[in-house]
Design a protein around this ligand. Structure first.
Ligand SMILES: [Zn+2]
Length: 86
């Protein structure tokens, strides 16, 4: 099953980001929730792109940081606003 491989790969990348950067949000420096049961929570740990994908950022480990779902969304909005004003 294809989706299985994808899930596994994402879990691996996520695990590596956590191992390198810990579970503190890189935006607000507070602890993130890592348990999958919180995956719809605003403080769930998501992988955020340091350089946004739309600006050519990669999906590689060096471009990813742990961030709350809410902070990730907030940053995306800021980035979009910046992009729109340029
Ligand atoms: Zn945060």
């Amino acid at each position: 099953m294809k989706w299985r491989n994808k899930t596994k790969k994402n879990a691996g990348l996520r695990g590596m980001v956590i191992r390198i950067h810990g579970t503190s949000c890189y935006v607000c420096d507070e602890e993130c929730l890592t348990d999958k049961k919180y995956q719809h929570h605003s403080q769930y740990l998501t992988l955020d792109h340091v350089v946004p994908r739309v600006q050519g950022g990669s999906d590689h480990l060096e471009n990813l940081r742990p961030a709350h779902a809410r902070c990730n969304r907030y940053l995306n909005r800021v980035m979009q606003a910046k992009g729109a004003s340029q």
